[in-house]
Ligand binder design. Structure first.
Ligand SMILES: Nc1ncnc2c1ncn2[C@@H]1O[C@H](COP(=O)(O)OP(=O)(O)OP(=O)(O)O)[C@@H](O)[C@H]1O
Ligand SMILES: [Mg+2]
Length: 353
């Protein structure tokens, strides 16, 4: 039996609407039948003591879905749409993991730490040169980085969908500072919510002290001039997944172009998705693939339960690839990437227990 672990809300919806064509169950059902393996759908809350789960269980042989209590499956696909923050839940799952229960793609908050991921990747020789120089924020680091690179980006170590980002450019007379809001993007006021100010050299220390009350929760990084499409910088989100052969595979790529008035590409900050074919970068496809697979293999060493990543990268004007960040709850659009590939990987694990 393969477990499908979902949020309580999704589970309750499934319990009611499993018969709907679009239900999660109906997506996994053909896969369960193809591989002749039963399904056990449940939510975190439904893991009871002695590793019993109150679940929706599908039997292939009987072609029937019933609600019942069963033993927690050994291999579970976590439908990872949100990072897990609750320490209580993390401890519970860790305990189970130590008892040889697998939770594929469990997205833990610790994986969101951009500084930590940067350090992990830095130890990889091939990747080192493709990581923008990065340090934990301090005034000294900000000062030395603006001297060295002219322009820097300061962002929260725990990603924030493009919020609370500060871009600082050192000019002869002053610093040009651009900040994204700390609240959600305001679509009715697109691009205008970001703040642009000039700070004289003599006031930069004061500006820093007032803006970054807790500098250790930010990193400062060299600003990379991304390639542009019609004057708008873009980056690329590539999704890599472990497949049924236990191999990393690049399964989707899409570009995101910054808002006309903005400098950053987050969709939450007004960025727009663009198909890669519009960018005319075919000649880089092989390099992008290789780059992403190296990143996945490298991070997998630290997050062994992870079987998919959304890797953000960019190409600069001298055609160099740069790593921006990794997301562990990447958005997927196709049936094969949402259901088939993760299921086949889980089946691989299941048959090798
Ligand atoms: N070093 C850099 N040089 C130029 N632009 C950058 C750089 N780092 C980030 N950006 C831009 O800023 C955006 C946001 O940065 P990043 O993705 O690292 O943080 P975040 O989106 O806030 O985090 P998360 O996606 O985890 O919520 C990127 O999508 C990119 O457009
Ligand atoms: Mg991002």
């Amino acid at each position: 039996m393969i477990g499908i672990l979902m949020s309580s809300m999704a589970f309750n919806r499934e319990a009611k609407y499993f018969n709907n064509k679009e239900s999660i169950f109906n997506q996994y059902k053909p896969l369960a039948n193809k591989y002749q393996v039963d399904l056990c759908m449940f939510s975190y809350k439904r893991i009871k003591h002695q590793n019993v789960v109150d679940a929706l269980v599908y039997s292939c042989k009987q072609d029937k879905l019933v609600r019942k209590s069963v033993a927690l499956p050994r291999v579970n696909i976590v439908r990872n749409t949100r990072y897990i923050v609750s320490q209580e839940l993390i401890s519970k799952l860790e305990k189970l993991n130590n008892q040889d229960f697998h939770f594929i793609n469990l997205p833990l908050l610790l994986q969101l730490n951009k500084m930590q991921n940067h350090e992990y990747l830095k130890s990889h020789k091939i990747l080192r040169d493709h990581l923008p120089p990065t340090k934990i924020l301090s005034f000294e680091h900000l000062d030395s980085f603006t001297r060295l690179y002219g322009k820097v980006i300061i962002k929260p170590i725990y990603g924030s969908k493009g919020r609370r980002i500060t871009i600082i450019e050192k000019n002869q007379a002053n610093y040009l500072v651009c900040q994204t809001p700390s609240k959600k993007y305001d679509y009715t006021n697109s691009g205008l919510t970001k703040k642009e100010t000039f700070v004289p050299h003599s006031q930069i220390k004061q500006f820093y002290n007032e803006t970054f009350r807790n500098p250790k929760s930010f990193l400062v990084q060299q600003w990379i001039e991304f390639r542009e499409l019609n004057g708008r910088p873009y980056d690329i989100r590539a999704v890599v997944q472990k497949n049924g052969k236990n191999k990393w595979q690049l399964t989707s790529r899409v570009a995101r172009v910054a808002n006309k008035k903005g400098q950053i590409t987050n969709l939450n900050q007004g960025g727009e998705k663009v198909s890669l074919s519009e960018l005319k970068i075919n000649k880089y496809h092989r390099d992008i693939r290789k780059f992403c697979l190296e990143i996945a293999k490298s991070l997998e060493k630290h997050y062994s339960w992870t079987a998919e990543m959304g890797i953000d990268l960019s190409i600069d004007n001298s055609n160099k690839l740069w790593y921006i960040e990794t997301n562990f709850c990447p958005e997927k659009m196709k049936w094969s990437t949402i259901y088939k590939i993760p299921f086949e990987y889980a089946y691989y694990k299941y048959t090798r227990l």
